[in-house]
Design a protein around this ligand. Structure first.
Ligand code: IFM
Length: 452
Protein backbone atom coordinates (compact mmCIF):
# COMPACT_ATOMS: atom_id res chain seq x y z
CA UNK A 1 0.00 0.00 0.00
CA UNK A 2 1.19 3.52 -0.80
CA UNK A 3 -0.39 6.83 0.09
CA UNK A 4 -3.99 6.83 1.32
CA UNK A 5 -6.67 7.54 -1.28
CA UNK A 6 -7.61 10.94 0.14
CA UNK A 7 -4.03 11.89 0.99
CA UNK A 8 -3.67 15.65 1.57
CA UNK A 9 -1.00 16.62 -0.96
CA UNK A 10 -0.20 20.16 0.02
CA UNK A 11 2.20 23.03 0.28
CA UNK A 12 2.76 25.40 3.18
CA UNK A 13 3.62 29.06 3.81
CA UNK A 14 3.36 31.47 6.72
CA UNK A 15 1.94 34.97 7.05
CA UNK A 16 5.05 37.11 7.60
CA UNK A 17 7.07 35.12 5.09
CA UNK A 18 4.75 35.86 2.15
CA UNK A 19 2.02 38.42 2.86
CA UNK A 20 3.75 41.80 2.81
CA UNK A 21 1.31 44.67 3.49
CA UNK A 22 3.04 45.03 6.82
CA UNK A 23 1.58 48.46 7.50
CA UNK A 24 -1.71 48.25 5.64
CA UNK A 25 -5.38 48.06 6.52
CA UNK A 26 -4.96 48.35 10.27
CA UNK A 27 -2.55 45.49 10.90
CA UNK A 28 -0.73 45.86 14.23
CA UNK A 29 3.02 45.48 14.63
CA UNK A 30 4.61 42.18 15.54
CA UNK A 31 8.04 41.32 16.89
CA UNK A 32 9.48 40.54 13.43
CA UNK A 33 8.39 43.97 12.08
CA UNK A 34 10.49 45.48 14.82
CA UNK A 35 13.41 42.99 14.78
CA UNK A 36 13.99 43.43 11.03
CA UNK A 37 14.63 47.12 11.61
CA UNK A 38 17.50 46.43 14.02
CA UNK A 39 20.82 46.71 12.23
CA UNK A 40 22.64 43.48 11.49
CA UNK A 41 19.89 41.12 12.59
CA UNK A 42 18.64 39.96 9.19
CA UNK A 43 20.76 39.12 6.16
CA UNK A 44 21.08 42.12 3.85
CA UNK A 45 18.81 44.21 6.06
CA UNK A 46 15.86 42.42 4.43
CA UNK A 47 12.36 42.74 5.85
CA UNK A 48 8.99 41.11 5.23
CA UNK A 49 7.38 44.49 4.49
CA UNK A 50 6.53 43.39 0.95
CA UNK A 51 7.76 39.77 0.82
CA UNK A 52 5.78 38.02 -1.96
CA UNK A 53 3.05 40.65 -1.83
CA UNK A 54 0.63 37.79 -1.35
CA UNK A 55 -1.80 40.12 0.44
CA UNK A 56 -2.49 41.73 -2.93
CA UNK A 57 -1.74 38.75 -5.19
CA UNK A 58 -3.45 35.91 -3.36
CA UNK A 59 -5.81 35.23 -6.28
CA UNK A 60 -2.88 34.68 -8.62
CA UNK A 61 -1.25 32.45 -5.98
CA UNK A 62 -4.37 30.35 -5.48
CA UNK A 63 -4.65 29.98 -9.26
CA UNK A 64 -1.09 28.58 -9.24
CA UNK A 65 -2.02 26.14 -6.47
CA UNK A 66 -5.04 25.02 -8.44
CA UNK A 67 -2.97 24.50 -11.57
CA UNK A 68 -0.47 22.48 -9.49
CA UNK A 69 -3.31 20.27 -8.35
CA UNK A 70 -2.78 20.91 -4.63
CA UNK A 71 -5.39 19.23 -2.48
CA UNK A 72 -4.49 21.23 0.60
CA UNK A 73 -2.82 24.49 1.52
CA UNK A 74 -1.40 25.19 4.96
CA UNK A 75 -0.99 28.89 5.79
CA UNK A 76 -0.78 30.88 8.98
CA UNK A 77 -2.84 33.83 10.09
CA UNK A 78 -1.14 36.97 11.24
CA UNK A 79 -2.36 37.40 14.81
CA UNK A 80 -1.85 41.23 14.78
CA UNK A 81 -3.57 41.55 11.42
CA UNK A 82 -6.66 40.13 13.13
CA UNK A 83 -6.13 41.66 16.58
CA UNK A 84 -3.78 44.64 16.13
CA UNK A 85 -3.10 44.82 19.86
CA UNK A 86 -3.11 41.04 20.33
CA UNK A 87 -6.38 41.14 22.27
CA UNK A 88 -9.46 43.35 22.26
CA UNK A 89 -10.52 45.13 19.11
CA UNK A 90 -10.81 43.01 15.99
CA UNK A 91 -9.50 44.44 12.69
CA UNK A 92 -12.30 43.76 10.22
CA UNK A 93 -10.00 44.36 7.24
CA UNK A 94 -7.81 41.49 8.43
CA UNK A 95 -10.81 39.20 8.78
CA UNK A 96 -11.92 40.24 5.29
CA UNK A 97 -8.56 39.37 3.78
CA UNK A 98 -8.55 35.86 5.24
CA UNK A 99 -12.20 35.34 4.28
CA UNK A 100 -11.39 36.18 0.69
CA UNK A 101 -8.37 33.87 0.72
CA UNK A 102 -10.39 31.02 2.22
CA UNK A 103 -13.21 31.48 -0.29
CA UNK A 104 -10.74 31.56 -3.15
CA UNK A 105 -9.16 28.32 -1.94
CA UNK A 106 -12.48 26.56 -1.50
CA UNK A 107 -13.58 27.79 -4.94
CA UNK A 108 -10.43 26.18 -6.35
CA UNK A 109 -11.17 22.89 -4.59
CA UNK A 110 -8.26 23.29 -2.14
CA UNK A 111 -8.70 22.43 1.53
CA UNK A 112 -7.42 25.24 3.78
CA UNK A 113 -5.35 24.20 6.83
CA UNK A 114 -4.91 27.13 9.20
CA UNK A 115 -1.93 27.55 11.50
CA UNK A 116 -2.80 29.96 14.29
CA UNK A 117 0.71 31.05 15.14
CA UNK A 118 3.83 31.01 13.01
CA UNK A 119 6.08 33.41 14.91
CA UNK A 120 4.65 36.91 14.21
CA UNK A 121 3.85 37.67 17.85
CA UNK A 122 1.89 40.89 18.50
CA UNK A 123 4.29 43.60 19.61
CA UNK A 124 1.78 45.12 22.03
CA UNK A 125 1.64 41.80 23.91
CA UNK A 126 5.40 41.43 23.77
CA UNK A 127 5.64 44.78 25.55
CA UNK A 128 3.55 43.27 28.32
CA UNK A 129 6.01 40.42 28.74
CA UNK A 130 4.81 38.15 25.94
CA UNK A 131 4.97 34.45 26.81
CA UNK A 132 6.50 35.35 30.20
CA UNK A 133 3.20 36.88 31.26
CA UNK A 134 0.86 34.51 33.11
CA UNK A 135 -2.01 35.90 31.08
CA UNK A 136 -0.39 34.92 27.78
CA UNK A 137 -2.22 31.57 27.45
CA UNK A 138 -5.51 33.47 27.78
CA UNK A 139 -4.46 35.98 25.12
CA UNK A 140 -3.80 33.15 22.71
CA UNK A 141 -7.14 31.56 23.63
CA UNK A 142 -8.92 34.84 22.89
CA UNK A 143 -7.29 35.00 19.48
CA UNK A 144 -8.27 31.38 18.75
CA UNK A 145 -11.87 32.24 19.67
CA UNK A 146 -11.93 35.07 17.12
CA UNK A 147 -10.51 32.69 14.51
CA UNK A 148 -13.12 30.03 15.28
CA UNK A 149 -15.95 32.55 15.19
CA UNK A 150 -14.93 33.92 11.82
CA UNK A 151 -13.54 31.04 9.81
CA UNK A 152 -14.70 27.71 11.20
CA UNK A 153 -17.91 27.67 9.17
CA UNK A 154 -15.61 26.88 6.20
CA UNK A 155 -12.25 25.81 7.60
CA UNK A 156 -12.20 22.54 9.54
CA UNK A 157 -8.44 21.89 9.96
CA UNK A 158 -6.25 23.83 12.39
CA UNK A 159 -2.76 23.66 13.81
CA UNK A 160 -2.14 25.75 16.92
CA UNK A 161 1.60 26.47 17.10
CA UNK A 162 4.33 26.14 14.51
CA UNK A 163 7.72 25.00 15.80
CA UNK A 164 7.75 26.23 19.40
CA UNK A 165 11.32 24.84 19.48
CA UNK A 166 12.28 27.71 17.18
CA UNK A 167 10.24 30.65 18.34
CA UNK A 168 11.30 30.06 21.93
CA UNK A 169 14.78 28.58 21.31
CA UNK A 170 15.99 30.77 18.45
CA UNK A 171 14.08 33.82 19.68
CA UNK A 172 14.83 33.79 23.40
CA UNK A 173 17.76 31.41 24.04
CA UNK A 174 20.05 31.77 21.03
CA UNK A 175 18.83 35.25 20.08
CA UNK A 176 19.06 34.68 16.32
CA UNK A 177 15.36 35.25 15.68
CA UNK A 178 12.97 37.92 16.89
CA UNK A 179 13.00 39.36 19.45
CA UNK A 180 16.72 38.49 19.47
CA UNK A 181 17.16 37.91 23.21
CA UNK A 182 19.38 35.59 25.19
CA UNK A 183 17.29 35.08 28.27
CA UNK A 184 18.09 33.03 31.35
CA UNK A 185 17.13 29.37 30.88
CA UNK A 186 14.64 29.68 33.73
CA UNK A 187 12.70 32.36 31.85
CA UNK A 188 12.63 30.33 28.66
CA UNK A 189 11.22 27.29 30.45
CA UNK A 190 8.49 29.49 31.88
CA UNK A 191 7.75 30.84 28.38
CA UNK A 192 7.60 27.31 27.05
CA UNK A 193 5.17 26.29 29.77
CA UNK A 194 2.93 29.27 28.98
CA UNK A 195 3.20 28.50 25.28
CA UNK A 196 1.95 24.98 25.91
CA UNK A 197 -0.86 26.31 28.10
CA UNK A 198 -1.71 28.70 25.27
CA UNK A 199 -1.89 25.71 22.93
CA UNK A 200 -4.37 24.07 25.33
CA UNK A 201 -6.49 27.22 25.59
CA UNK A 202 -6.56 27.50 21.82
CA UNK A 203 -7.72 23.89 21.45
CA UNK A 204 -10.51 24.59 23.95
CA UNK A 205 -11.55 27.79 22.17
CA UNK A 206 -11.56 26.14 18.75
CA UNK A 207 -13.78 23.37 20.09
CA UNK A 208 -16.07 25.72 22.00
CA UNK A 209 -16.57 28.35 19.33
CA UNK A 210 -16.15 26.20 16.23
CA UNK A 211 -19.24 26.23 14.05
CA UNK A 212 -18.80 22.54 13.27
CA UNK A 213 -16.60 19.72 14.59
CA UNK A 214 -12.99 20.73 13.93
CA UNK A 215 -9.84 18.72 13.40
CA UNK A 216 -7.15 20.22 15.59
CA UNK A 217 -3.41 19.54 15.70
CA UNK A 218 -0.03 20.89 16.63
CA UNK A 219 3.07 21.40 14.45
CA UNK A 220 6.36 21.09 16.31
CA UNK A 221 9.75 20.20 14.79
CA UNK A 222 13.22 18.87 15.69
CA UNK A 223 15.93 16.72 14.17
CA UNK A 224 15.02 13.05 13.67
CA UNK A 225 17.40 10.41 14.99
CA UNK A 226 17.38 7.40 12.66
CA UNK A 227 19.13 4.03 13.01
CA UNK A 228 22.28 3.02 11.13
CA UNK A 229 20.83 -0.45 10.43
CA UNK A 230 17.54 -2.28 10.77
CA UNK A 231 18.85 -4.28 13.73
CA UNK A 232 16.59 -3.90 16.70
CA UNK A 233 19.38 -2.61 18.95
CA UNK A 234 20.20 0.23 16.53
CA UNK A 235 16.50 1.01 16.12
CA UNK A 236 16.16 1.12 19.89
CA UNK A 237 19.23 3.36 20.14
CA UNK A 238 17.71 5.80 17.62
CA UNK A 239 14.32 5.75 19.31
CA UNK A 240 15.90 6.44 22.68
CA UNK A 241 18.10 9.23 21.33
CA UNK A 242 15.17 10.78 19.44
CA UNK A 243 13.06 11.22 22.56
CA UNK A 244 15.88 12.07 24.94
CA UNK A 245 16.60 15.58 26.14
CA UNK A 246 19.60 17.86 25.64
CA UNK A 247 21.49 19.59 28.43
CA UNK A 248 19.80 22.56 29.96
CA UNK A 249 21.78 25.37 28.26
CA UNK A 250 20.42 24.27 24.93
CA UNK A 251 17.27 22.57 26.10
CA UNK A 252 14.72 23.69 23.49
CA UNK A 253 15.74 21.56 20.48
CA UNK A 254 13.98 18.27 21.18
CA UNK A 255 10.67 16.49 20.67
CA UNK A 256 9.54 15.09 23.98
CA UNK A 257 9.57 18.23 26.16
CA UNK A 258 7.19 19.83 23.65
CA UNK A 259 5.03 16.86 22.70
CA UNK A 260 4.78 14.53 25.71
CA UNK A 261 2.84 17.15 27.74
CA UNK A 262 0.44 17.75 24.84
CA UNK A 263 -0.28 14.06 24.33
CA UNK A 264 0.36 12.47 27.74
CA UNK A 265 -0.33 15.41 30.07
CA UNK A 266 3.13 15.00 31.64
CA UNK A 267 6.62 16.31 30.99
CA UNK A 268 9.23 13.59 30.39
CA UNK A 269 10.88 12.38 33.61
CA UNK A 270 14.36 12.84 32.15
CA UNK A 271 13.68 16.56 31.66
CA UNK A 272 12.02 17.02 35.02
CA UNK A 273 15.28 15.78 36.56
CA UNK A 274 17.70 17.54 34.20
CA UNK A 275 15.90 20.90 34.28
CA UNK A 276 14.64 20.71 37.86
CA UNK A 277 16.43 23.81 39.13
CA UNK A 278 15.01 25.93 36.30
CA UNK A 279 11.39 24.88 36.15
CA UNK A 280 8.38 27.12 36.76
CA UNK A 281 5.58 26.02 39.06
CA UNK A 282 3.71 23.26 37.22
CA UNK A 283 0.26 22.30 38.47
CA UNK A 284 -2.07 19.40 37.66
CA UNK A 285 -4.51 21.93 36.23
CA UNK A 286 -1.78 23.19 33.88
CA UNK A 287 -1.07 19.69 32.64
CA UNK A 288 -4.77 19.00 32.12
CA UNK A 289 -5.06 22.17 30.05
CA UNK A 290 -1.93 21.42 28.01
CA UNK A 291 -3.18 17.91 27.20
CA UNK A 292 -6.57 19.02 25.95
CA UNK A 293 -7.08 16.25 23.37
CA UNK A 294 -6.03 16.91 19.80
CA UNK A 295 -7.02 14.93 16.70
CA UNK A 296 -3.92 14.95 14.53
CA UNK A 297 -0.20 15.29 15.03
CA UNK A 298 1.85 17.47 12.69
CA UNK A 299 5.63 17.42 12.54
CA UNK A 300 7.95 19.60 10.45
CA UNK A 301 10.75 17.31 9.28
CA UNK A 302 13.82 18.43 7.35
CA UNK A 303 16.70 16.18 8.35
CA UNK A 304 18.08 13.70 10.78
CA UNK A 305 21.20 12.27 12.36
CA UNK A 306 22.27 8.66 12.18
CA UNK A 307 22.62 6.67 15.40
CA UNK A 308 23.67 3.14 16.38
CA UNK A 309 23.95 1.26 19.61
CA UNK A 310 27.43 1.79 21.05
CA UNK A 311 29.60 -0.85 22.71
CA UNK A 312 28.70 0.69 26.07
CA UNK A 313 25.00 0.08 25.43
CA UNK A 314 24.34 3.78 24.81
CA UNK A 315 23.25 5.38 21.52
CA UNK A 316 26.18 6.81 19.59
CA UNK A 317 26.11 9.06 16.56
CA UNK A 318 27.49 7.76 13.27
CA UNK A 319 29.68 10.31 11.52
CA UNK A 320 28.50 11.29 8.05
CA UNK A 321 30.81 10.29 5.21
CA UNK A 322 33.15 13.00 3.96
CA UNK A 323 31.41 15.11 1.34
CA UNK A 324 27.92 13.90 2.27
CA UNK A 325 25.18 15.88 0.58
CA UNK A 326 23.85 19.08 2.12
CA UNK A 327 21.31 21.69 1.01
CA UNK A 328 22.14 25.29 0.11
CA UNK A 329 21.54 26.16 3.75
CA UNK A 330 24.00 23.42 4.74
CA UNK A 331 21.37 21.17 6.22
CA UNK A 332 22.20 17.46 5.86
CA UNK A 333 20.23 15.56 3.22
CA UNK A 334 18.86 12.49 4.99
CA UNK A 335 15.73 11.02 3.34
CA UNK A 336 15.53 8.28 6.02
CA UNK A 337 14.08 10.87 8.41
CA UNK A 338 10.75 10.73 6.55
CA UNK A 339 10.53 7.02 7.32
CA UNK A 340 11.75 6.90 10.90
CA UNK A 341 10.30 10.22 12.07
CA UNK A 342 6.65 9.38 11.38
CA UNK A 343 7.19 5.79 12.55
CA UNK A 344 8.67 6.76 15.93
CA UNK A 345 6.13 9.53 16.41
CA UNK A 346 3.19 7.29 15.74
CA UNK A 347 4.50 4.52 17.98
CA UNK A 348 4.82 7.00 20.83
CA UNK A 349 1.85 9.32 20.35
CA UNK A 350 -0.71 7.15 18.53
CA UNK A 351 -2.13 9.97 16.41
CA UNK A 352 -2.63 10.30 12.67
CA UNK A 353 0.43 12.07 11.30
CA UNK A 354 0.82 15.02 8.95
CA UNK A 355 4.19 16.14 7.66
CA UNK A 356 3.44 19.81 8.14
CA UNK A 357 6.68 20.98 6.47
CA UNK A 358 9.46 19.39 4.44
CA UNK A 359 11.66 20.82 1.71
CA UNK A 360 14.98 22.50 1.05
CA UNK A 361 16.71 25.66 0.05
CA UNK A 362 18.54 25.57 -3.31
CA UNK A 363 20.60 28.15 -5.18
CA UNK A 364 17.92 28.46 -7.87
CA UNK A 365 18.46 30.66 -10.91
CA UNK A 366 16.36 31.64 -13.90
CA UNK A 367 18.16 30.15 -16.93
CA UNK A 368 18.50 31.70 -20.37
CA UNK A 369 15.38 29.80 -21.44
CA UNK A 370 13.43 31.67 -18.76
CA UNK A 371 12.93 28.56 -16.64
CA UNK A 372 14.26 27.34 -13.31
CA UNK A 373 15.87 23.90 -13.61
CA UNK A 374 16.02 22.76 -10.00
CA UNK A 375 16.89 19.12 -10.57
CA UNK A 376 18.39 18.98 -7.07
CA UNK A 377 15.04 19.77 -5.49
CA UNK A 378 13.27 17.07 -7.50
CA UNK A 379 15.91 14.57 -6.49
CA UNK A 380 15.64 15.54 -2.83
CA UNK A 381 11.85 15.42 -2.74
CA UNK A 382 11.66 12.15 -4.67
CA UNK A 383 14.02 10.48 -2.20
CA UNK A 384 12.26 11.90 0.84
CA UNK A 385 8.80 11.03 -0.44
CA UNK A 386 9.93 7.49 -1.24
CA UNK A 387 10.78 7.09 2.45
CA UNK A 388 7.45 8.56 3.50
CA UNK A 389 5.71 6.14 1.18
CA UNK A 390 7.64 3.28 2.75
CA UNK A 391 6.42 4.38 6.19
CA UNK A 392 2.84 4.46 4.88
CA UNK A 393 3.30 0.98 3.40
CA UNK A 394 4.52 -0.21 6.82
CA UNK A 395 1.25 0.91 8.34
CA UNK A 396 2.01 4.39 9.67
CA UNK A 397 -1.18 6.44 9.42
CA UNK A 398 0.09 9.39 7.36
CA UNK A 399 -2.70 11.70 6.27
CA UNK A 400 -0.89 14.47 4.46
CA UNK A 401 2.32 16.12 3.34
CA UNK A 402 2.94 19.86 3.05
CA UNK A 403 5.88 20.84 0.91
CA UNK A 404 7.81 23.81 2.31
CA UNK A 405 7.25 26.00 0.55
CA UNK A 406 4.74 26.87 -2.12
CA UNK A 407 6.93 29.77 -3.21
CA UNK A 408 10.23 31.41 -2.35
CA UNK A 409 9.80 33.70 0.62
CA UNK A 410 11.33 35.61 3.51
CA UNK A 411 13.53 33.09 5.31
CA UNK A 412 13.69 34.85 8.70
CA UNK A 413 17.26 35.81 9.71
CA UNK A 414 18.47 34.69 6.26
CA UNK A 415 16.17 37.19 4.56
CA UNK A 416 15.73 36.46 0.85
CA UNK A 417 19.07 34.66 0.56
CA UNK A 418 17.41 31.24 0.67
CA UNK A 419 14.92 29.91 -1.87
CA UNK A 420 12.68 27.15 -0.54
CA UNK A 421 9.83 27.45 -3.06
CA UNK A 422 8.37 25.26 -5.76
CA UNK A 423 7.60 28.58 -7.40
CA UNK A 424 10.40 31.07 -8.01
CA UNK A 425 9.65 34.65 -6.96
CA UNK A 426 11.40 37.55 -8.66
CA UNK A 427 11.11 40.02 -5.81
CA UNK A 428 11.63 43.10 -8.00
CA UNK A 429 8.83 42.37 -10.43
CA UNK A 430 6.87 39.96 -8.18
CA UNK A 431 6.74 37.61 -11.16
CA UNK A 432 6.09 33.97 -10.22
CA UNK A 433 7.97 31.36 -12.28
CA UNK A 434 7.27 27.65 -12.05
CA UNK A 435 10.40 25.72 -11.17
CA UNK A 436 10.82 22.27 -12.74
CA UNK A 437 10.04 20.83 -9.31
CA UNK A 438 6.59 22.45 -9.37
CA UNK A 439 5.72 20.59 -12.59
CA UNK A 440 7.17 17.43 -11.08
CA UNK A 441 5.15 17.82 -7.85
CA UNK A 442 2.01 18.27 -9.95
CA UNK A 443 2.69 14.92 -11.59
CA UNK A 444 3.24 13.29 -8.18
CA UNK A 445 -0.09 14.61 -6.93
CA UNK A 446 -1.87 13.42 -10.07
CA UNK A 447 -0.48 9.93 -9.56
CA UNK A 448 -1.10 10.00 -5.78
CA UNK A 449 2.60 9.26 -5.41
CA UNK A 450 2.50 6.06 -7.47
CA UNK A 451 5.24 7.46 -9.71
CA UNK A 452 7.69 7.73 -6.81
O1 IFM B 1 10.96 28.88 6.63
C1 IFM B 1 10.96 28.06 7.74
C2 IFM B 1 9.58 27.99 8.35
O2 IFM B 1 9.10 29.24 8.67
C3 IFM B 1 9.62 27.15 9.61
N1 IFM B 1 10.20 25.87 9.37
C4 IFM B 1 11.47 25.82 8.66
C5 IFM B 1 11.39 26.65 7.39
C6 IFM B 1 12.75 26.62 6.67
O3 IFM B 1 13.74 27.12 7.50
Amino acid sequence: MGFQKDFAWGAATSSYQIEGAAYEDGKGLHIWDVFCREKGKVFGGDTGDVACDHYHRFKEDVAIMKEMGLKAYRFSLSWPRILPEGTGKVNEAGIRFYNRLIDELLGAGIEPYITLFHWDYPYELYKKGGWMNDESPEWFGEYAKVVAENFSDRVTHYFTLNEPQCFIGLGFLQGEHAPGLRCPVKDTLLMAHNTLKGHGRAVQALREFGKQPLTVGYAPTSTILYPATKHEEDVEAARKAYFSLPDVENWSWNVSWWSDPVIFGAYPEEGLKKYEAYLPKITDADMKLISEPIDIYGQNIYNGRCVRMGQDGKPEEVKRPAGAQTTAMDWPVTPQCLYWGPKFLQERYHKPIYITENGLSCRDVVSADGRVHDAGRIDFLANYLAELKRAAADGVDIRGYFQWSLMDNFEWARGYAERFGLIYVDYDSQQRIWKDSAYWYKSVIEANGENI
